[in-house]
Design a protein around this ligand. Sequence first.
Ligand SMILES: [Ca+2]
Ligand SMILES: [Ca+2]
Ligand SMILES: [Ca+2]
Ligand SMILES: [Ca+2]
Length: 278
Amino acid sequence: MKKLYTLGLTLAAVLIPLASATSAQAGPTICIPANSKAVFNVRFSAAWENGIKLINKNNGRIIRTFNNYYRRGAGGEWNQGAGAYQTGIFARRTCVNVVGMHKRSGPNGSVPWRTSRSRVWRSNPPQIGFEDAGDNDFNDASVTARFIRRPTTAMGFRGKMFCAPGGTRLTFHARFSALYENAIRIIDRRTGRILHSYNNYFGRGAGGEWNQGQGSWRYVTRGNSQCFTIDGLHKSSKPNGNNPWKRSRFRSGGNRIGFEDAGDNDFNDASLSITARR
Ligand SMILES: [Ca+2]
Ligand SMILES: [Ca+2]
Ligand SMILES: [Ca+2]
Ligand SMILES: [Ca+2]
């Protein structure tokens, strides 16, 4: 994600007030859902110079510019040639004006830019083509977009269950404050598989099935979304093979779940907090 911040800074430095020619060229619109980033992909299939400008309609700022003659004669205002560009995360729904333009020539400072006609091939996911002449293939420049939802702070526990959108980088942080043996298991709800486990006597008498003592474990969620069950277990003793495991009572809220191994109800004998990293 560092890369995104760097890009953000770079963009801030090159934000140019809209040229009057550009602002007059209203094009089709692509809207990025709230709490999402977009990956725009631009392709060219043209001999004449073609350009695409992505403009944030909320503030008029240029998000990214593409040119089929980038570094082959195009002017300095263009950010890249064909290919992908990934935006940062937009907290609010943000609509982007997709402006297509072309010259009736290759790069040539004395030939004017013209607005390209556009065709919306598909609206979801968006695919827009632009036409620079008369053959109406509408592929002289084309733009597609896909959106990647990011977790919001609304992500939290429901009982012992915790869910997060796919691709979320989670850190599970376990703490213990107990004399009795306590353990926490992170279980994938769909498969029932134990993904990771903690034990406060790890390396000090606990069995071999535990992954670590208190501390952090990192995991990137799979699929569209992934849910976990967080289980707390304890013995009413220190590690002792003759004593059975019991399920710990729990209390959860926000991004934290706490477990109780006895009767003082501090619910901190074992606890787990979950944070999402950007
Ligand atoms: Ca064409
Ligand atoms: Ca073409
Ligand atoms: Ca307790
Ligand atoms: Ca305690």
